[in-house]
Design a protein around this ligand. Structure first.
Ligand SMILES: NC(=O)c1ccc[n+]([C@@H]2O[C@H](COP(=O)([O-])OP(=O)(O)OC[C@H]3O[C@@H](n4cnc5c(N)ncnc54)[C@H](O)[C@@H]3O)[C@@H](O)[C@H]2O)c1
Length: 334
């Protein structure tokens, strides 16, 4: 059985994809800055039927990547290693962001090309490629909505998508780019390389401590979240598609979550005694920073449906699943 390489596999999305792949018996090779997976992933993953290798290395290191391919036969690659830079890191170290996100992806594809065994690449693009368009369009469509990324991170994700698809076609690799919506759920933690963690993580941490949180004043701006377990299934659909009908695919819930927050937070409150929430009064500072102050368009997911995928969790069900994961003593948030 060919192995599946997940660079950044010890990160938030990577751990969820790795878990889903191991659950179906795959041989997964995780490559990233971490020498071991964070607790309790090793114990949980050991119970799954697949085979796991964890290799420490840097995607900017072509020799290290070549060694990964030399050591085993790899049939598919998810080059997910990235730095999700906030404004301060962008300003302080733009070269680092470009080197990891873009050049690291290209180096991974080069190693895949040289190996000659890779049948599918799933490229990690992002909702961030829509940038300014997210505020100008009610629906964000892969073909019709112009990508106008604002952040350097968004610029690198658009470059990952375009450069990755171009090089894959020149090199005989078969690539699909996933435009991943804002994600939350199990295994999210601070890797030191993602400057904006999801607000769900901040709320989850408060819930675990049994604290009260103050949200920004109502109404909250429109925002399209995706639960990470649904995202992992979507990524597997792109990995598996024998003849992808599209090369750029939104993976999102396709839903504005703003009207659902109250029900979601009530789910958490029922699970975690002491946790309470309310909106800030006029002039009062919220304790939870919201990702956006302006409403965003929602991502269309018709293309993803043509891959046979749709998100399984409605917002309240996603929060109930996440609350269960949080409550079961996982240490994934440490
Ligand atoms: N989380 C989201 O909401 C979201 C949304 C859209 C796209 N994405 C994409 O998904 C991918 C994973 O993001 P995440 O949210 O899991 O981030 P994360 O910070 O949790 O994980 C990133 C991983 O990349 C690894 N990494 C970073 N630099 C590296 C380097 N130079 N060499 C080797 N490994 C390195 C880290 O070790 C870490 O394991 C990224 O490509 C990101 O752009 C994430």
């Amino acid at each position: 059985m060919d192995a599946i390489l997940v660079t950044g596999g010890a990160g938030f999305v990577g751990l969820n994809v790795t878990q889903a792949l191991l659950a179906r018996g795959a041989h997964v090779v995780v490559f990233g800055q971490e020498a071991v997976l964070p607790d309790p992933a090793p114990a949980i993953f050991a119970k799954l039927p697949g085979r796991l290798e964890v290799l420490q290395g840097d995607v900017r290191d072509a020799d290290a990547l070549a060694a990964v391919f030399a050591g085993r036969r790899i049939g598919a690659v998810l080059p997910f290693a990235a730095v999700t830079a906030g404004p301060q890191r962008e300003a302080a170290d733009p070269q680092f962001v470009l080197d990891v996100n873009l050049k690291g992806m290209v180096a991974t594809l080069q190693a895949a090309r040289d190996a000659g065994t890779v049948r599918r690449v799933v490229l990690p693009s992002s909702a961030a490629v829509y940038g300014e368009s997210a505020y100008a369009f009610a629906e964000l469509d892969e073909a019709a909505t112009p990508p106008v990324p604002i952040s350097l991170y968004g610029v690198t994700k658009y470059a990952v998508e375009r450069a990755g698809l171009r090089l894959a076609s020149l090199w005989g690799l078969d690539a699909v780019a996933a435009r991943i919506g804002a994600t939350f759920g199990p295994w999210e933690r601070d890797t030191g390389l993602r400057d904006t963690l999801s607000l769900h993580l901040a709320i989850a941490q408060a819930a675990r401590r049994g604290e009260a949180v103050v949200l920004p004043p109502a109404p909250l701006p429109a925002y399209d979240w995706i639960y990470v377990r649904d995202l992992a299934e979507g990524l597997l659909a792109l990995l598996d598609a024998p003849a992808p009908p599209y090369r750029v695919v939104n993976l999102a819930s396709g839903l504005d979550w703003a009207p659902h927050y109250a029900a979601c937070l009530d789910v958490l409150a029922r699970r975690f005694p002491g946790f309470r929430w309310r909106h800030a009064q006029p002039g009062e500072a919220p304790t939870i920073a919201w990702n956006e102050s302006r409403p965003r368009g929602v991502m269309r997911i018709a293309r993803a449906a043509d891959f046979g995928w749709r998100p399984r969790h409605a917002p309240e069900a996603a929060m109930a699943d996440y609350a269960g994961w949080l409550a079961n003593g996982d240490e994934g948030l440490r």
